[in-house]
Design a protein around this ligand. Structure first.
Ligand SMILES: *Cc1c(COP(=O)(O)O)cnc(C)c1O
Length: 337
């Protein structure tokens, strides 16, 4: 697969490490757990958006943009990483932040990713929950264009076929690592939201005939909707790569049993996952994404769905900067708004 055909601004710290989690494996007494450290991609504390933005920001540069716009939840990791990438390229960055939780804690609204957005020089505007944020962003972009700005808009989560190329690349990178080390892998598990990560991974895995099942653990939408979103984006990504038809509907599997009370609202099982990873492995998860993905992994091991004798790779998608916007969640009496 010839990814070098596509414009790319190389900036991520790659390849990210692939490490064995000995203490977590022993604690759970099930399969051997490995972690792919995409929390270490670089760019303002790292995370999965770095890989997508390498391709998206190269497209923005090629289009002659002097400003990028994107949108996300208040504590969006994607917004923070886009702001950092724009700073690096000397572009202006404007972000629409959707209030999906209604939290009025100062830390949620000003610390964590929000603090970093502003440190990187981005400007932000808030929107209430429930609107069509990508449509709203296009409206605001027109306002800037009327003032003479050359604006490149990036959809929420950087999830379009261009952004998904970053995770096609991750699939190749991971396969290279496990092959070089002689590691037979039975499952790959990760948190899935705006779908670009899972769509890129499944397209890459299928294109090289990896034969490793992929499980996305949902953080927002119910299972049928999440799987439809991932499948649609995987089809478009395969088309872009010239391997249309490589992904079948049955290859796209999401488990959306670990969303809890909703997107951006910490769950008990996610907070337990944060404590286990931090306390046993010295690794930070975030309450919105990676902790819910890990909660799914942990529960499915406890239920015997993933078994002793198997080997699992958990893709850590990052997000630890968000912990500082959620300090209040670690008071167990105060989980809900
Ligand atoms: C955005 C994000 C995800 C989800 O990735 P998608 O490509 O949006 O599905 C997972 N984990 C973290 C930390 C994220 O910021």
């Amino acid at each position: 697969m010839h990814l070098a055909r596509f414009p790319r601004h190389f900036l991520a710290h790659l390849p990210t490490p692939l490490e064995r989690l000995d203490r977590l494996t022993a604690e759970l007494g099930g399969p051997e757990i490995w972690i792919k450290r995409d929390d270490c991609t670089g760019l303002s504390t790292g995370g999965n958006k770095t890989r997508k933005l390498e391709f998206l920001m190269a497209e923005a540069e090629a289009a002659g943009a002097d400003m990028v716009m994107t949108q996300g939840a208040t504590q969006s990791n994607h917004a923070r990483q886009t702001a950092a990438f724009a700073a690096k390229l000397g572009m202006a960055c404007h972000i629409l932040l959707e209030d999906r939780t209604g939290y009025n804690h100062a830390s949620y609204n000003q610390n964590g990713n929000v603090l970093l957005d502003h440190l990187h020089g981005a400007t932000t505007e808030k929107r209430p929950a429930g609107g069509d944020m990508n449509a709203e962003m296009e409206k605001v972009a027109e306002r800037f264009r009327a003032e003479g700005r050359k604006v490149y808009t990036i959809p929420g989560g950087g999830s379009n076929p261009t952004g998904a190329l970053g995770y096609v690349n991750c699939a190749f990178e991971l396969l290279g690592q496990v092959n070089d080390r002689g590691l037979r892998v039975d499952h790959i598990v990760h948190a899935t939201g705006s779908a670009g990560t899972q769509a890129g991974l499944i397209t890459g895995l299928k294109a090289i005939n990896a034969g490793i099942p992929l499980l996305g653990v949902g953080v927002r939408a119910p299972k049928p909707k999440q799987e439809e979103n991932v499948f649609a984006l995987a089809l478009a990504t395969a088309e872009k790569l010239g391997c249309a038809g490589v992904v079948q509907r049955g290859d796209v599997v999401a488990n959306c049993d670990y969303v809890g009370d909703g997107y951006g609202i910490p769950s008990e099982s996610g907070l337990e996952a944060i404590r286990l990873f931090a306390g046993l492995e010295g690794i930070l998860l975030d309450p919105v994404y990676s902790a819910k993905g890990a909660a799914g992994l942990i529960d499915l091991i406890r239920k015997g769905h993933f078994k002793k004798g198997e080997r699992i790779v958990f893709l850590h998608t990052g997000g630890a900067a968000g912990l500082f916007g959620y300090d209040f969640a670690f008071d167990f009496g105060n989980l809900r708004r």
